[in-house]
Design a protein. Sequence first.
Lengths: 187, 128
Amino acid sequence: MVRTGIFLISLVLLNGCVTHTEPAELFQLTAETAKHRAMQTRFFETPNEKELLSASAAVLQDLGFQVEESVREVGFLRATKERSAREYGQYIQRALFLVLSLGKLLTPVDLHQKIAAGLITKPLNQEATRQQVRIVFYRVVWKGDGQADRQYIPPGQQHMEMIRDPEIYQQFFAKLSKAVFLEAHTI
Amino acid sequence: MLYGCSTPQTPQNLLALTDAQLKIRSIQTRTFDVKDRNAAIRGVIASLQDLGFIIERANEPLGLVTAARFAEPNYYDVISVTVTVRQDTKDSLTIRANAVYNNKPIEDPKVYQNFFASLERSLFLTKE
């Protein structure tokens, strides 16, 4: 009974690893599209798109980002910042696993991360008196080395994730709104 | 050993156009009755953002937009897309999209249909 249980669980876990989304599905708007858009977007009552873009760059600088790419004609900015990704909890977990596996398993921990932001400004109406700002944050995390039994796990394994914490976006827009002396309206 | 010594030959037809390529080009291309090229490029960016893509590069004079996203829910496979916007006549322009799944070009017409459907929506919304 227990064995079947373990077998079933491992089957579910294995299945979870090979989830494969068809590319056609990834080019489709989903139920979450509107939610993400609302979280990532604010609009400002101003005709000055350039000012909004340069203020956005300044806010990103304040937040420690380096601007890597900018295109004024389409209101585009891309910025990144690299920081340590070490977390206390992961080290405790690593030590716990090491003890539980009798010194055989040394799980890799997150070492380094790159947080990136892509920002787009866009006039919302014909007269361009209202501008929209949309920002997307995501991060890439690099892991350190580890060991499973006698097999060495080399460092550099990476994983990525979109940042979907509304608070991060609220903080950014609060700063931007202060920088341009305008109220940030939600869509 | 012997095999290692012979240099691999570059195929002669490396850059030749095949029928399949012509077919893919037609799948990847749409013409829109839009006058404002800049608005069209912004529309492309907006619809890519709606689809969850991260804009990597944009070039207004050349009408180029490059973006990528993960094949969520997995974060190991990456889909990249390059979109070009070119003015055809005074009041129509051609938009072409090329999508790649990791290192494999996407040839499924459905992918492009879906992309252009969402682009149409965003171009229509901008016009309002």
